[in-house]
Each structure stands twice: as structure tokens, then as C-alpha cells.
Design a protein. Sequence first.
Lengths: 169, 143
Amino acid sequence: MRQSEFLNVVMPFKDKLYRLAKRLLVSTEEAEDATQEILLKLWSKNEMIGSYKNVEAFAMTMTKNFCLDRLKSRQAGNLKLVHSNYGETGTPLQKQVEVKDSALWVQKIMVELPEQQKMVLQLRDVEEYDYDEIAEMLDMKPSTVRVALSRARKTVREKLMQKHSYGIG
Amino acid sequence: MELDNIEKLLEKYFEASTTVAEEEMLKVYFSQEKIPAHLEQYTPLFQYFSNAKKERFTKSVPLQPRKNYYKWISVAAVAVLAFGIYFGLDRHRDYQEQKEAEFVYQETRKALDLLAENFGRGTEKMAYLNQFEKTKQKIYNNN
């Protein structure tokens, strides 16, 4: 597979990889590095890409595993980031995109979710994959995906209600 | 869309039994300006999801350089190898020739040595003949 073909395959979902990485790693720089790493890994296996039936799902699974490994080693190295204190520096795009401050609440709430629920919510509500695809990416059963998703959505709702009624960010 | 329908969809949404299309409907609904007060609390949620999808990966991926690098290294290696073999063979041939010449020289020398030795032996024998001649002269002179 030549470079241009590879890019044609990879371009449509590279943003999705990045967003999943960012959901898990929180920091923009780390997510960028992770995405770059994943794309290079994919490129190094480019002869085999034709044999995967779903490159996108495969790349998503790679991203998931890579980020979870990162998180694990970060914890082992006692370099744990306190996610809830993480202030988004905010690129111009994001400022423009986040019209309402309350959109940031959702982001902060999602940071506190368990990893699995984070991923399920990201893949379903942001990337709009169907259950079977998510199940394949995360190596779970579709029914488990559904349960995790429902749980995640309800948690987000609950916390959002609290913030909404008390008006604290 | 009727409020009734949206409320039902929301309920289904939190049970995770909505389809992607239905969730799309919710997102569209909550992206509009006028939301009834009792549903307003959900707006940040759906707006956040719609906006989160707009984030892009902008860093470039250095794919080609690494690949190119290896390719040129192999080209260089082949060139070096070809040169090496070419000149190496040449030198090897020279060396072979030199060895051959030396061998011929040694053989010739051996042959000449052999000749010289036998020649020497011949002259030695001639020395006896000389002695014989001297003695013969003595006898002649005495007589």
C-alpha cells in the first residue's frame, strides 16, 4: 500500500482516533502524541491493512489499548494527573465552539467517569457508532455496551442536574 | 417536533435503547434556541456532544521520511556492495596473477638450481681428469 492510499484509508477516521485518545488522556498534547504513534504503527503494518476487514475498528481498538497502557504506566510512575482540576486551556476553535460555559460541565463530568463508560459514551454519543461496532472496538458484548452506556448517560444526567440546580461549575 | 415525542425519546435515550437516528433527532432538537424550561437542563449535554465532534487532529504525521530514509540506505548499501565486488574482484585477479608469477619464478629457479648443481658435479669430475692429465705430464717429463 502506497502512502497516498494509506492516507485515503486513514484520513476519514484520524479525528475520531484523536478524540478518543483525548477523552481518555485528557491532555491535548498527549492525545496528539498518541494519535501520531497509532498512525505510525498502522503505517508500519500497511502491508497487512488489506487483510483487516475493518481498519477503522482495528485502529480504534489500538487507540483504546494504547491509551489505557499510557494511563496504567502513568499511575505506576506516580504521575497521576488530577483530572478534575484540569483546566482546558482552550484553543480559539474550542472557545468559539463552547458557546455556553455549561458545555464544559459535561466535559468535566465525563472526565470523572470510569474508563469504560467514557469510551462507550464517546463512541456512541460523539462518534455515533452502532452497538455492534462499539462492541467490536472495545472487545465487549453488545449487551454490556448498552448497560455501560445507560449507566454513563444516567451518571452524566445526575451530575448535570446537581450543577444545574445549584448553579455551581 | 412535538414535546411529547422528545420526552419519550429522552427516556429511551437514558435507557440506551434509542437508535443512532433518534439520537441525531435529539441533538438537532437541542441545538435550537427555544427549549422548554423543564428540558433546558439537557441542552449542554447534547450541545457538548455535537461540538465535541468538531475537534480535529491537526498534527501532521511524518510517514514518508522514515520510509525514504530506509530506501536510500538500501540503495547506498547496494552501491557500496557493487563497488566492493567490482574492485575486490579486480584486486583478487591481480593477486592471483602475482601468485602465479611467483610460482613460475620459483619453479624456474628450482630448475636452474638443479642444473647448476649437476653442472657443478660435472666440473668436479673434470677436476679428476685434470689430475690425471698432470700425472700423465709428470710421467712424460720423467721419461
